[in-house]
Write a protein that binds this ligand. Structure first.
Ligand code: AMP
Ligand code: MG
Length: 483
């Protein structure tokens, strides 16, 4: 029965020169308590489900104990925040504990580090619950993401707008290297660490490129591809990240650093989930372009390794890569075959959704049950639209396209249900779990949501209410960078 005693650490990042990080210990917290954990993430480390209950492991995940083999460190990085270069960021509240089975284990909220600047090094319970739940929900949706192993809470007071309490999320990722991990050395005019880090990342995470005579442009193109795919995933599922600064962009194309993220409820292309993002730089429909802008920053940071022409060539086909990936995902969501009529059906549907402020997730889930027979009215879907006539016109075209495609409704329904989730982490669902935890010390709702969102595509009749549109009070929820 593997327990934390069996964790075999092999810390690749810690073997890099110390220019990339500072070795620092976590600052202990009083009275840590395990709030929830992810059995799936535990398994990645080769741990049994009951290993998590051991008090020594909980202490380790609170930053109160160093297990044999751990080499805690805070990584250095920089980044463009809201368009402006910030020369030194780094893990200001996260600590990389080490690597097991190819998974880096990181504590977020473990106390101050040399990169904390004015911050307290802590994360509050509220944002930690959101990160824990969303990481595992995104994974279940099939979207590349860092994982969350556990959430530990402490009564330690933490001051934001109000007094809150501290928590730590244990995150897992093959690597936490960001675009900003390269930028910091570019702006310091230090080409050698850029090469060392690129070589490390290529050898470990893009091994197919390691033996190329000139791997760097291919590497940049691979990151471009993964970023385009990730943006397509976000746009298709209706996820807004909220803080797409280059320090939050994973070199592996993973969703990284969950802050004021939000899923679309009513379809609103200009949806801004981050209350602090007053100009909508990171609005939902801006994300693909921001991905391109961020890749340009990465390309620039890698110019010590290649010519400027090679760097721009490597990212040039991002728009095509994104469009192709996005259209592919949307086609699957609509159950439509390739073709030009398909594209206009998709775009027209999105325009209708926006004009009628139809709930994005509910629309697609009901669309799975679309009856393509001549004369079918599809009332459940139709009722979502204020402008029924416009819907009818679109539905007629859609039904025709489906019949032309020659796929039986039943077959299409099964395929569509596997790509159109029934359950997403809507803000109000997270908020309810947060309130119960913060106000009543009741963690049951977190576990319930976690379990529910692990199977987002399955009908779970006992949780019908969790698939509904948000209640009126949800409009008042404000999520900002303060976390
Ligand atoms: P984020 O907006 O969460 O991606 O964080 C941007 C930068 O600020 C990163 O370098 C974080 O480590 C740092 N940071 C955020 N919150 C804190 C905090 N409470 N204490 C110290 N550093 C922080
Ligand atoms: Mg960050």
């Amino acid at each position: 029965m593997p327990t934390h005693h069996d964790l075999a650490f092999d810390n690749g990042f810690a073997r890099l020169p110390d220019i990339f990080y500072s070795r620092v210990q976590a600052t202990p917290v009083p009275d840590p308590r395990l709030v929830c954990h992810s059995p799936g993430a535990l398994a990645l480390l080769g741990l049994d489900a009951d290993a998590i209950g051991h008090p020594e492991l909980v202490e380790a995940l609170a930053g109160n104990r160093v297990l044999p083999g751990m080499e805690p460190l805070a990584a250095l990085y920089a980044g463009h925040q809201f368009g402006h270069y910030v020369p030194q960021l780094g893990d200001g509240r996260a600590l990389l504990l080490g690597e097991v089975n190819g998974w880096e284990i990181q504590l977020k909220g473990a106390g101050r580090t040399p990169y904390s600047r004015g911050g307290d090094g802590r994360a509050v319970l509220r944002s930690s619950i959101r990160e824990f739940l969303c990481s595992e929900a995104m994974h279940a949706l099939g979207i590349p993401t860092t994982r969350a192993l556990a959430l530990v809470a402490s009564p330690l007071p933490v001051y934001r707008e109000d007094e809150e309490t501290a928590a730590l999320v244990t995150r897992l990722s093959p690597s936490f290297v960001r675009f900003g991990s390269f930028e910091v050395f570019y702006y310091r005019n230090q080409p050698e660490p850029i090469r060392q880090l690129a070589d490390y990342v290529i050898r470990r995470y893009y091994p197919a490129l390691a033996d190329l005579a000139d791997p760097y442009p291919v590497f940049l193109h691979e990151v471009t591809k993964r970023t385009a795919e990730l943006m397509a995933d976000w746009q298709a599922v209706g996820f807004a990240h909220g803080v797409m600064n280059t320090d939050n962009m994973s070199i592996l194309g993973l969703t990284l650093d969950y802050g004021p993220f939000g899923f679309l409820d009513a379809f609103d292309p200009g949806f801004i989930c981050n209350h602090s993002d007053t100009h909508g730089r990171y609005a939902f429909d801006q994300q693909p372009d921001v991905g391109a802008w961020n890749l340009t920053r990465l390309a620039q940071a890698l110019t010590p390794l290649m010519s400027v022409e090679a760097a721009s060539d490597a990212i040039r086909d991002y728009p095509q890569l994104f469009s192709r990936a996005y259209v592919e995902r949307m086609r699957a969501k609509f159950g439509l075959p390739a073709g030009s009529e398909t594209l206009s059906l998709i775009l027209d549907a999105l325009a209708l959704l926006a004009a009628n402020r139809v709930d994005y997730t509910i629309f697609f889930r009901r669309l799975c049950d679309f009856d393509s027979a001549v004369g079918a009215a599809n009332p459940a879907l139709r009722d979502l639209f204020l402008d029924r006539t416009a819907f009818d016109v679109w539905a007629l075209r859609y039904a025709g396209a489906l019949r032309d495609a020659g796929v039986a409704d039943a077959e299409r329904r099964t395929a569509m249900r596997a790509v159109n989730p029934k359950y997403i982490l809507r803000n109000h669902l997270a908020e309810t779990a947060i309130r119960r935890a913060a106000d009543e010390g009741d963690y049951g709702e977190i576990a319930r949501l976690h379990a529910l969102l692990t199977r987002p595509f399955d009908d779970q009749p006992e949780f019908e209410a969790y698939a509904a549109e948000p209640p009126d009070w949800a409009r008042k929820i404000e999520v900002s960078c303060s976390s």
